[in-house]
Design a protein around this ligand. Sequence first.
Ligand code: HEM
Length: 166
Amino acid sequence: MRTPVFELHIRPMFRATDKAHMGFAVDLWEYDDVVANADDILERLQSDMPPTGTGGLWPEEWITLFKRWKDGARKRLDLGTAAFTLQQTAAKTTITATGTFPAADVEGWLQLESETDTSKTYVLYFEAPDTPVGGTPQLFTLKESYPSTDTRSVFIHSSSGTQQLH
Ligand code: HEM
């Protein structure tokens, strides 16, 4: 069964309004905060959070997923390290990330993290295998494309911070 991962399966269950209202006690979008308060969060999810009239309780499957993550490895992703380029053709714009994974069997990808009317931010994620394997770390070339009619600025969020690519 797929191991639940904070950035992929847990954080997306918390809405912006949940993060905003709970900021006085816990930042629901921050891994360390959610880990530190995981037992209390589960207890509230099973009783009264999110409150009736503001969306109401989660479906049982979501609570079970949170519990499985909390009781398991509490897995998370890492920000990746790479060199980035941006190529434009008449049809599409392509962001390319190249580098070497930090260990064997690590997977990596670029994904859109946020966007505004004038800019988009992509994040480079690495996911380690559940059980470390020996072997030689692989070189990678990761690409993400979008129609060239989209002329917004592009930012990349990686282990080096956030840099503007275009
Ligand atoms: C550590 C566990 C938690 C505690 C102690 C807690 C406590 C509280 C308290 C005291 C309030 C009332 C204050 C206010 O409205 O700003 C509140 C509101 C709220 N909580 Fe939590 N909460 C917890 C977890 C959660 C979680 C996990 C979610 C979402 C998944 C959530 C969603 C909300 C929302 C949406 C409101 C606003 C309700 C409104 O607008 O009336 N809370 N919480």
